[in-house]
Design a protein around this ligand. Structure first.
Ligand SMILES: Cc1cc2nc3c(=O)[nH]c(=O)nc-3n(C[C@H](O)[C@H](O)[C@H](O)COP(=O)(O)OP(=O)(O)OC[C@H]3O[C@@H](n4cnc5c(N)ncnc54)[C@H](O)[C@@H]3O)c2cc1C
Length: 225
């Protein structure tokens, strides 16, 4: 099959994976090539701050399909291969290794990136921004019982990570500049774990409000009751 008929999917997260699978399920017959910047076949990120971070699930549980799925469905998956340049006029993609790949159709499924800490020192190697499988593993290896961990960000993922780290026995602080999204933590056990985290609220305002919540208690810069 010529490159003119090939479908190239850039990005092998859930969106790229779903596009490839749906195309095959709809009996699409063109060559399908997925380019994955990461080293893994498609996996699910939500467990990275939940079951996987708490070591309740293993690596194999993260993957959307077994490694054999791709060849069985005629999907070529190239890991550690990023699209570096897209030439729409010529319908060609250049990979970061210098390869040129023709395509008939191209699906861009490159996802999104977390905001890196925009402060001096925010790019220090010791800071872990949780986005990829390895980030969660690095956090697991450092969050031993009693280890001091500070979570920056009190959105859904920050609260989830704080709760999971507390459940691992780490001594957790959460830097919160907005109302912590702990209500989105549906599992009672996980919500309860947030009680072990101290929330450091620079304005001391939010923490006072949270102290009235019947299910969870926060104090500014101190241990929750
Ligand atoms: C820690 C964490 C917890 C989360 N928890 C939840 C949750 O509980 N519930 C929920 O609904 N959502 C959650 N999310 C969000 C959810 O994971 C994303 O919405 C989902 O992963 C988006 O899928 P995607 O395929 O669009 O993008 P992504 O998962 O971001 O995948 C995009 C892929 O494209 C690759 N890529 C980027 N550029 C290139 C390139 N040039 N060449 C090749 N490949 C490239 C990237 O490396 C990446 O692997 C969580 C996310 C994280 C990080």
């Amino acid at each position: 099959m010529s490159g003119q008929e090939r479908i190239v999917i850039v990005g092998a997260g859930p969106a790229g994976f779903s596009a490839a699978r749906a195309y095959r399920e709809a009996d699409g017959a063109a060559e399908v090539l997925m380019l994955a910047a990461e080293a893994h076949h498609p996996y699910s990120r939500p467990p990275l701050t939940k079951e996987y971070l708490r070591s309740e699930h293993g690596r194999a549980d993260l993957f959307m399909e077994d490694p054999g799925f791709y060849a069985e469905h005629g999907i070529e998956l190239r890991t550690q291969t990023a699209a570096a340049e897209l030439d729409i006029a010529r319908r060609v993609i250049h990979t970061d290794s210098g390869e040129e790949l023709g395509f008939g159709s191209c699906v861009l499924a490159t996802g999104s990136e977390p905001v890196r800490l925009p402060v001096p020192g925010g790019d220090h190697d010791d800071l872990i921004t949780v986005r990829e499988l390895e980030d969660s593993e690095r956090l697991q290896s450092q969050a031993a019982p009693g280890a001091a961990v500070t979570v920056v960000g009190s959105g859904f993922i920050g609260c989830e990570a704080a709760a999971s780290l507390a459940m691992r026995g780490a001594d957790v602080s959460v830097l919160a500049t907005a109302w912590p999204e702990y209500r989105a933590l549906t599992a009672a056990q996980v919500r309860g774990a947030m009680k072990q985290a101290r929330v450091i609220d620079p304005t001391h305002f939010l923490a006072a409000g949270l102290a009235n919540d019947p299910t969870i208690a926060y104090v500014a810069a101190g241990r929750a009751a």
